[in-house]
Design a protein around this ligand. Sequence first.
Ligand code: HEM
Length: 324
Amino acid sequence: MPDSDNTIRRYRRSIRTSFFLVLFLVFVGGVVRSTGAGLGCPDWPKCFGLWIPPTHISEVPDKYWNDPLSSVNGQIIFNPVKTWIEYVNRLIGVVIGFAIFLQFVFSVLYGPTTVGKRFSLLALFLVLFEGWLGSKVVSTDLKPLVISLHLFVALILGCALLAALFYASNRKIPVSAFKNDKSVERVLWLTSLLIFLQFFLGTEVRSQVDVLFRRFDFEFRDLYVQQLNWSFYVHRTLSILVLIMMVLQILRFAKRFPVVNLYQVITPFVLTLFLILSGVILVYFDFPALVQPFHLVLGFSIVCAQFWLILNHRFSDPSSNGSA
Ligand code: HEM
């Protein structure tokens, strides 16, 4: 195998690894939230002013006994499990920072296309911005808008990595496979729009659940659903429409088989089935803490899978079977 093929493979592997690490971090971020560990460390980047967080209340430095983010009426709020969940989350963030830096270095050394290199660079900027936003999540005392922004930037980061992966190959790009196929285009864009709307509404529902978490101190989860407003009912109902659009999308693309790689169309559909299942479990089984991160990561994955489909549909060379 020629050397250049090997180096490009290495570059693509580094992007793929970065992408799956981002997915993993989204899951861990969900665990942080569902366990109420978001303020497990009241400062950033250190935790209780230390590089290695305390494991016992006696190790917490004095000034945190009067910090509004870590105390109430002079009484420290300290739970070592929550502190370490949050800290592990940050450590994984650092690993991702290095992984994305590495894929950027590989893009400079081995990247076969300029546009691919640009997306690798964009991913590097986004991961730095995301780290800074993480500090704002803590300093604003978990403000819902900042949490949602943090999630949206992670989503753009995931998509930037997918675009870098897509353009990190030697094939002829971009060639629009079905430029004039309006029936495919319409379904593809409408489905994408609906998924994005669902994602957005989901963050709105999440903000409301967070208020309830705080009010009831993560207890009495059976009372939450009846307190949610219209956005929850729209979110729940719209998922049926998303499912119908996904089926339509498969039918439209199936006509172009084998030019279109059907896995790319079926993946968002299968993810939607699991996502709806996790949503139903959340609502009918009183928000099990373990299911919350799954709902989040599945929602995140659907947007990424749909974006991957758009990339492959819009820009792949028909003779290459649409796969990357
Ligand atoms: C295509 C379908 C769906 C998508 C894309 C989607 C996406 C999302 C997203 C991104 C969130 C925010 C999660 C977070 O930030 O932690 C969310 C939250 C939520 N979704 Fe969905 N969802 C879908 C279907 C459903 C269904 C069918 C239900 C209920 C029957 C549901 C119920 C909820 C609830 C209760 C929350 C708040 C979860 C929490 O507080 O942990 N979702 N959704």
